[in-house]
Design a protein around this ligand. Structure first.
Ligand SMILES: Cc1cc2nc3c(=O)[nH]c(=O)nc-3n(C[C@H](O)[C@H](O)[C@H](O)COP(=O)(O)OP(=O)(O)OC[C@H]3O[C@@H](n4cnc5c(N)ncnc54)[C@H](O)[C@@H]3O)c2cc1C
Length: 389
């Protein structure tokens, strides 16, 4: 087993891990390493082939309006691909281009098994040995943690994150459980593939009137929803204010039972568009929790173990999740500065440019009244979810 020492260890080579790495460089910290259990941008490579980013890309960088999907102020997926809504594969290619251009050291195929705090340092056990690190940034994403145990019989369903392409999905009719972005995205592609689709949702997000894409549907998804409703009349049924309580197998069909007693049937497995669990689930014990919500310092660190930071969509500050790239990237500079502080290093003035570009927002009031407000589903305990599986 190899053992090595490093100043900062970043776990995960998605937008959060790479974005933090670039901010560390700006802060003057060069002795860091990124560990990635699979490959750079792995989550994006695993998206259903037809899926596109809902946040639009546009190269406004020179006018201090950085592309919403960029991980630093100087790059732009729109500029790279000439696409406003990149596919998962394109976004992964953008991340690989970032790694190459900035010569970031990423160890692919190395999985982190355990993080043990040792005073102000950390011993990190990985699939290729132990690493001693002065600070750790957990940026391992939510994608590998689909929220699946949501009602009795949920194991009979397929989570949308496990589907490679909607084009080959079997059957003439489909039931999608969940009516937010990924549920409507699934419905859009299934209807276009000639299927009749029923979308069941606890609320009616398609009617919500909010400018924020994490509260209501994004403009991109609203446009696509209107398109299928007009171009394929009768193929899509939106069933709002309805909760699924059970899915059961009956001979060749799947029977979906709603809380009000109604039942629906489909020949193909129902599709779960029920979101993801917190990215902190694998390191749960290293963070403080308030119910099912992680608690962070004002610099996005663990309140229990100084020097352990989190970056990514499960960040919660002021009761809101920083669930989109343009939200959590606003903290890259803050994390880099706090890491330097933890290591007792002075911060390089280059980081100031991050503040000017919205990559180092200190004022957490930016997330008040928003947006990824924590919903009821997030308050279920993991234990509750496991009981019904
Ligand atoms: C289906 C879907 C669509 C989305 N669409 C958008 C969108 O359009 N716009 C937007 O802004 N946001 C979107 N999001 C939000 C999402 O949070 C981000 O897109 C992004 O993936 C989060 O970045 P991340 O770096 O935290 O996680 P990831 O991109 O998932 O990266 C984490 C990396 O960590 C690695 N890893 C995990 N565990 C370990 C371990 N133990 N050891 C080593 N490596 C590990 C994984 O392999 C992965 O490569 C979407 C999310 C999903 C799930």
């Amino acid at each position: 087993m190899e053992r090595s020492d490093i100043e900062v260890l970043i776990i995960g080579a998605g937008p959060a891990g790479l974005g933090c790495a670039l901010a560390l460089k700006k802060a003057g910290i060069e002795n860091f390493r990124i560990l990635e259990r699979s490959m750079v941008g792995a989550s994006f490579e695993a998206w259903p082939r037809e899926m596109r980013m809902i946040t639009p890309s546009f190269h406004g960088n020179p006018f201090i309006q950085t592309d919403l999907n960029a991980v630093n102020p100087a790059t732009s997926p729109a500029d790279l691909f000439g696409r406003e809504h990149p596919s998962g594969a394109q976004y992964a290619a953008y991340l690989r281009a970032v790694v190459q251009h900035y010569q970031l050291e990423v160890s692919e195929g190395v999985s982190v098994k355990q993080i043990k705090p040792q005073g102000r340092r950390f011993t990190v056990s990985t699939s290729s040995g132990e690493i001693d690190a002065g600070a750790v940034i957990w940026a391992a994403g939510e994608f590998g943690l689909p929220r699946t145990a949501v009602f009795a019989g949920a194991a009979l369903c397929w989570h949308n994150s496990t589907i490679q392409s909607w084009a080959k999905w079997p059957g003439q009719a489909s039931i999608v459980i969940g009516g937010y972005e990924s549920g409507i995205d699934a419905a859009y592609h299934l209807v276009q593939a000639g299927k009749r689709v029923q979308v069941i949702s606890k609320g009616e997000p398609w009617l919500a009137d909010s400018a924020d894409p994490s509260e209501a549907l994004s403009p991109y998804t609203k446009e696509r929803l209107v398109h299928i409703l007009q171009a394929y009349p009768g193929q899509l049924e939106l069933i709002g204010q309805s909760e699924v309580i059970k899915v059961a197998r009956c001979a060749d069909t799947f029977k979906v039972t709603l809380a009000d007693g109604r039942t629906l049937e489909t020949g193909s497995p129902p599709i779960l568009a029920t979101g993801f669990r917190s990215a902190l689930t694998p390191v749960r014990d290293l963070f403080e929790w308030s119910g099912e919500h992680p608690v962070f310092t004002e610099e996005d660190a663990s309140t229990l173990h100084p020097g352990l930071f989190y970056s990514g969509p499960s960040l919660v500050q002021r009761g809101s999740k920083f669930c989109f790239i343009y939200k959590f990237r606003a903290r890259f500079g803050v994390v880099a500065r706090a890491v330097a502080d933890h290591l007792g290093q002075s911060v390089h003035p280059d980081l100031d440019a991050y503040a000017a570009r919205g990559f180092m927002i200190d004022d957490l009031d930016c997330c008040v009244d928003c947006q990824c407000a924590l919903d009821e589903a997030d308050t279920e305990t993991i234990e509750d979810l496991e009981v019904v599986q």
